[in-house]
Write a protein that binds this ligand. Structure first.
Ligand code: URA
Length: 234
């Protein structure tokens, strides 16, 4: 296995960052400073270290799914299909969603076998930005946008954290970027402006965007090393 692929698969960073680390002499193979990125190593027998710390392959999986409506984000459900059912059975073991989308919400959903990664992505401390395309029943006024941006009282202990908005093509369509993940948050935020969400799609998560020309509804793919690195860096 190539050294740069090994290091990227272990979550150390993107290929270009890894190239840099190797150039700077941070990486050793069997105690010898590695000088080239395409060095071939044996992950089972060679001892690879980054800044003197042993690097191991995690074997964890990271996926992006374009969630269709009608699927629930749960490991099992008695009444509805789960998003895991969109994966072949052989791939489901240990796989969990990174947070949840409502059954009728579509779009970008991350899944992983890496519990630490999932925890980091949904931790409120990390303030990971999530952008939703929202279609409302009625027009959204400039005043509504200001309210949504500065924070609204959705009935929890605290008002919602500052958000960003952008208008869509129609006057009842907006893009809303939030850093929290409260239950039904977007729907409840719009409700405060006396409106109703009639369609909700997540279009980006932590700097990773949904590219629907390459990922149709119901399809998934592995995240690239650089996407994982973007997510990890926050
Ligand atoms: N906000 C909602 O109301 N629903 C979702 O699925 C995601 C965010």
């Amino acid at each position: 296995m190539r050294l740069d692929k090994f290091l990227a698969s272990s979550g150390l960073g993107s290929r270009s960052e890894i190239k840099n680390y190797i150039r700077k002499g941070f990486v050793t193979v069997n105690s010898e400073t590695a000088k080239i990125t395409d060095l071939n190593i044996n992950p089972d027998t060679d001892e690879v270290c980054f800044k003197s710390e042993r690097v191991v392959l995690s074997g964890d999986k990271y996926y992006i799914l374009n969630k269709p409506a009608g699927y629930v984000c749960a490991d099992t459900d008695d009444d509805s299909l789960t998003v895991l059912s969109l994966f072949p059975e052989s791939m489901r073991d240990g796989l969990h969603t990174v947070g949840r989308l409502d059954k009728d919400t579509t779009g970008l959903l991350l899944l992983s076998t890496d519990g630490k990664f999932i925890h980091e992505m949904i931790s409120p401390r990390r303030k990971v930005e999530k952008t939703y395309f929202v279609v409302c029943e009625k027009s959204v006024t400039d005043e509504d946008l200001l309210k949504l941006e500065s924070g609204v009282d959705i009935g929890d202990d605290e008002i919602t954290k500052p958000a960003r908005t952008q208008r869509g093509a129609k006057d009842n369509e907006i893009f809303l970027t939030i850093t929290e993940g409260r239950f039904h948050q977007v729907k409840r935020m719009l409700q405060v402006t006396c409106n109703k969400v009639i369609f909700l799609k997540r279009v980006s998560f932590g700097g990773v965007s949904l590219d629907e020309s390459h990922l149709s509804e119901g399809e998934f793919r592995e995240l690239t090393e650089s996407e994982i690195s973007i997510l990890r860096k926050g």
